[in-house]
Design a protein around this ligand. Structure first.
Ligand SMILES: CCCC[C@H](NC(=O)[C@H](Cc1ccccc1)NC(=O)N1CCOCC1)C(=O)N[C@@H](CC1CCCCC1)C(O)(O)C(F)(F)C(=O)NC
Length: 331
């Protein structure tokens, strides 16, 4: 079997996140979920979510599904890097993504979501595509959709083809040659932290020389920006007129009129260039002439993150074989 579904930016002006339609239950209930390789919980706004915490999101109502089953006594609770959080109970039900079906997928129903989820009307929940070891369900952790689907897939892979300000695609079980150019460069993944952790072979700022220092980080579809070591980030913004590291805005900002250099990162022998246009993320507030950078420091996070700003510049294969690997190709 295979599956293929669109990854749609939730805001047409800047790529803060992407959502993908999924169906849950019988008859099918359609929700838009944020596919997140940085976590491993599949959770949804639901009939168990207080109505005061719902603002326009679609919800899953297990009682309306003839195939839903309560996973008695199981609960979950998760906090993300940006401080957002949710928790609740667990059902199993039929689940499909782009024609790929999994029977009795664990569906974590929110009984509490933090305010940032309530205010994000376009996200009805998350679909974790990290390693199942990160799943937070107690007393028995649950498998991700990808782990449940693997046995049905021709090839144990999924691919991310995220795009700048337009809809991309998540494919499951096959690698679509029409989505990339040249060869795919595969690099080892360390699954122990539970993320898709790999080591980049270095970076360059604009047309500067390539620095071959290895950078270990995670390929994370659920994070908007790129977060790298301070030395790399300062080297980048040294090339941007008027750039400052703003405590007020929590990162590097610059005049939106500034000329930005592109940013190149290495995977094995292959080099990927993030265009300058991706490196200016958004005005700090609507209409402001001060812009927030797409590259920020990872010093406060504890891990380097190759988020959407970088992933949009490549076609990425998440190979769930044993051992797992990551494939990168230009497009
Ligand atoms: C600073 C370190 C990482 C921050 C990262 N969050 C982000 O990148 C959020 C994503 C978001 C999208 C839509 C609406 C609101 C927030 N964006 C964000 O903080 N910004 C601020 C900077 O400008 C860009 C937008 C994160 O927590 N990513 C989670 C998944 C998100 C959680 C919030 C909802 C959307 C998904 C993650 O799973 O990828 C993680 F790996 F970081 C993680 O926390 N794993 C446990």
């Amino acid at each position: 079997d295979t599956g293929s579904a669109a990854a749609v930016p939730i805001d047409p002006r800047f790529d803060i996140a992407y959502v993908t339609p999924v169906t849950i239950g019988t008859p099918p209930q359609t929700l838009q979920l944020d596919f997140d390789t940085g976590s491993s919980d599949l959770w949804v706004f639901s009939s168990h979510t207080p109505t005061s915490q719902i603002r326009g999101q679609e919800i899953y109502t297990p009682d309306k599904s003839t195939t839903s089953k309560l996973l008695d006594g199981h609960t979950w609770s998760i906090t993300y890097g940006d401080g957002s959080a949710s928790r609740g109970n667990v059902y199993t039900d039929n689940f499909t993504v782009g024609g790929l079906a999994v029977a009795s997928q664990a569906i974590q129903c929110a009984q509490q979501v933090s305010s940032s989820f309530t205010t994000e009307e376009s996200i009805d929940g998350l679909l974790g595509l990290g390693f199942s070891t990160l799943n937070t369900v107690n007393p028995a952790s649950q498998l991700t959709f990808f782990d449940n689907a693997k046995s049905k897939l021709g090839s144990p892979v999924f691919t991310a083809d995220l795009k700048n300000k337009q809809a991309g695609t998540y494919d499951f079980g096959f690698i679509d040659k029409a989505k990339y150019t040249g060869e795919i460069t595969y690099v080892p993944v360390n699954p122990d932290p539970g993320y898709w952790t790999f080591t980049s072979s270095g970076y360059a700022v604009g047309s500067g020389n390539f620095s071959g220092s290895p950078i270990t980080g995670i390929a994370d579809t659920g994070t908007s920006l790129v977060y790298l070591p301070t030395a790399i980030v300062t080297a980048y913004y040294r090339q941007v007129q008027g750039a400052t590291n703003s405590r007020n805005y929590g990162g590097y900002v610059f005049p939106c009129s500034a000329t930005l250099p592109p940013f190149t990162f290495g995977v094995g022998e292959t080099k990927f260039t993030i265009p300058a246009s991706y490196m200016s993320y958004a005005p700090v507030t609507d209409g402001s002439s001060t812009c927030f950078g797409g590259l920020q420091s990872s010093s406060g996070i504890g891990v380097n993150i190759w988020g959407d700003v970088a992933l949009k510049a490549a076609f990425v294969v998440f190979n769930g074989a044993n051992p797992p690997t990551l494939g990168w190709a230009t497009k």
